[in-house]
Design a protein around this ligand. Structure first.
Ligand code: UDP
Ligand code: MG
Length: 201
């Protein structure tokens, strides 16, 4: 009888206890992350895209010089996104030519690189539901003259050559840019205490 009860308890714990954590813990952390999001996806419908979406936001040299870093971070925090990586650096021409590779043939490319290497920048990775699209709306139109009031560019800038902030324009673009500016070890996978207040998942 005792043996049967023990057997039952073991089976129950293995299959019902913590299905994700107990099985995932056998894999290295990097693989666990992918598996965990795969678990999320299999349990949810397309109405709830992956909450682990991430994007790259950068305060450009004019934003740093004008002491706007705090205000820009505050907007993303207030909106409910989670900061998972942050670096302040003086970007090299090589890194920028990779980052802005698609714009290499544009007439403004060389002045863009000169501007982006003119002083320190602050590069960040933000995470949350639909963060790529939402942060593009928060940042506003590329040309500040057309950016809506209430957006970062609409509130803090007047000319396209000094538009204060960068935001990735697609999920794929964000993944490429994040890998360019950050090493995996410098992105923190931490739990927000208010997670259930900002998203259903
Ligand atoms: N840019 C510029 N002149 C232009 C268009 C763009 O100096 O006519 C700069 C501007 O800093 C912009 C960056 O190039 O943010 C990248 O251009 P993109 O079209 O990717 O705009 P974004 O994605 O930043 O809104
Ligand atoms: Mg762009």
């Amino acid at each position: 009888m005792l043996q049967r009860r023990l057997f039952h308890k073991i089976v129950q714990q293995f299959y019902l206890g913590h299905p994700e954590t107990s099985r995932l813990s056998r894999f290295p952390p990097s693989l666990q992350l992918g598996l965990r999001s795969a678990c999320h996806r299999s349990k949810t419908t397309s109405a709830f895209p992956d909450v682990r979406e991430r994007t790259l936001i950068a305060v450009k040299p004019d934003g740093v010089q004008r002491r706007l870093v705090g205000q820009i971070i505050q907007r993303f925090e207030q909106r409910g996104f989670k900061l998972v990586g942050l670096r302040m650096l003086q970007a090299s021409e090589d890194l920028l030519s990779e980052h802005y590779g698609e714009l290499r043939t544009k007439s403004f490319y060389h002045s863009l690189v000169r501007y982006m290497t003119s002083g320190p920048i602050v590069v960040m990775v933000w995470e949350g539901h639909n963060v790529v699209q939402t942060s593009r709306s928060m940042v506003g139109h590329t040309n500040p003259a057309e950016a809506m009031a209430g957006t970062v560019r609409g509130d803090f800038s007047i000319h396209v050559s000094r538009n204060v902030v960068h935001a990735s324009d697609s999920v794929e673009g964000a993944q490429r840019e994040i890998q360019l500016w950050f090493q995996a070890k410098d992105l923190l996978d931490w739990d927000c205490n208010d997670k259930s207040s900002t998203s259903e998942k």
